[in-house]
Ligand binder design. Structure first.
Ligand code: C2E
Ligand code: MG
Ligand code: MG
Ligand code: MG
Length: 281
């Protein structure tokens, strides 16, 4: 159904689908607390592979198996949780769960293995975030050197002074910081001279088109060059083909992550088969 114009040229489009998606959002928002209580969340892990082909670290990616909706992906529910003011509870759950499971990852891999935890823009507005992290580490005996935090550039910049304060403190503890989805924000590059980070993660958007777009290759070369000149490590997301991997390797990309090596997997699967065999090209 299309409503009549409201004022000058403004149309509101109503359709049954929209109200379904709205209902779904409300249902998701309203079931977050219960999902935490009833253990419906779970962490999957996706490896980042270094130039030697070894597992450098693993990114924790949250999964939700909802009793009625089935699998709900973070690309959907993280946004809903943020809008509903419920991301904090999820982040605290993730911090605790990843801290708890780190011991197993160390058992499987090595004492040097690192786990990467994603932080939301809303988390950075909480002055208690450092304390939640610190307490999770303390409760589970986590060595901060085993932990990396991932934050997008827009999240970082939206809360610049609190981000700087937080990441300086985490850095002093021994954690590393990665700027997630790099190159997709609309920010100027000047902030790169000021912020406390260790790694740039080149967004999948660039990697996807490496095989087909000369412009993408040029931008990727420039991002890697920029990272190197700033003494930052560089990680490429969403590597799906052997030729993408070879190309990134030839540019000196430090780590790569993507379906070519492994989809995110649950801990039990990782334990059963810790090393991902690369697909032949
Ligand atoms: P992200 O942090 O940029 O994570 C990368 C996403 O790309 C993941 O999606 C991963 O499964 C996917 N991916 C990895 N390799 C490939 C590939 O080769 N091809 C394709 N097509 N996709 C690939 P996922 O797990 O659905 O997560 C989506 C986003 O949700 C994440 O993007 C992150 O922003 C957010 N997220 C996930 N877990 C958490 C969490 O625990 N806390 C917070 N705050 N956000 C999270
Ligand atoms: Mg990430
Ligand atoms: Mg990312
Ligand atoms: Mg991404």
């Amino acid at each position: 159904y299309r409503s009549k114009a409201k004022g000058r040229g403004v149309y509101t489009i109503f359709n049954p689908e929209m109200s379904e998606s709205h209902k779904r959002k409300i249902m998701i928002a309203n079931s977050i607390e219960a999902a935490i209580e009833n253990n419906q969340f779970c962490l999957y892990y996706q490896p980042k592979i270094n130039q030697q082909g070894e597992i450098d670290s693993l990114e924790a990616l949250i999964r939700w198996f909802h009793p009625e909706l089935g699998a709900v992906m973070p690309s959907e529910f993280i946004l809903v949780a943020e809008q509903a003011g419920k991301i904090t509870a999820i982040t605290q759950w993730v911090l605790n769960q990843a801290s708890k499971e780190l011991a197993e990852l160390i058992d499987i891999y090595s004492p040097k293995i690192r786990v990467a935890i994603n932080l939301s823009v809303h988390d950075l507005r909480h002055s208690d975030l450092f304390d939640w992290i610190y307490n999770a580490f303390k409760s589970y005996g986590v060595n901060p050197e085993n932990v990396e935090f991932e934050v997008t550039e827009s999240a970082y910049l939206d809360n610049f002074s609190s981000s700087e304060n937080l990441f300086k403190r985490l850095h002093n503890l021994g954690c590393t910081i990665a700027l997630d989805d790099f190159g997709t924000g609309y920010s100027s590059l000047s902030y790169l001279t000021q912020i406390t980070i260790d790694t740039l993660k080149i967004d999948r958007q660039f990697v996807m088109e490496l095989d087909t777009s000369e412009r993408c290759r040029v931008v990727t070369i420039s991002i890697i060059d920029l990272a190197k000149r700033l003494s930052l490590k560089i990680c490429a997301e969403g590597v799906e083909t052997h030729s993408q991997w070879e190309y990134l390797n030839s540019l000196g990309c430090d780590t790569v992550q993507g379906y070519l090596f492994s989809k995110p997997r649950q801990l039990a699967d990782i334990k059963a088969q810790p090393h991902c065999h690369r697909q032949a090209s």
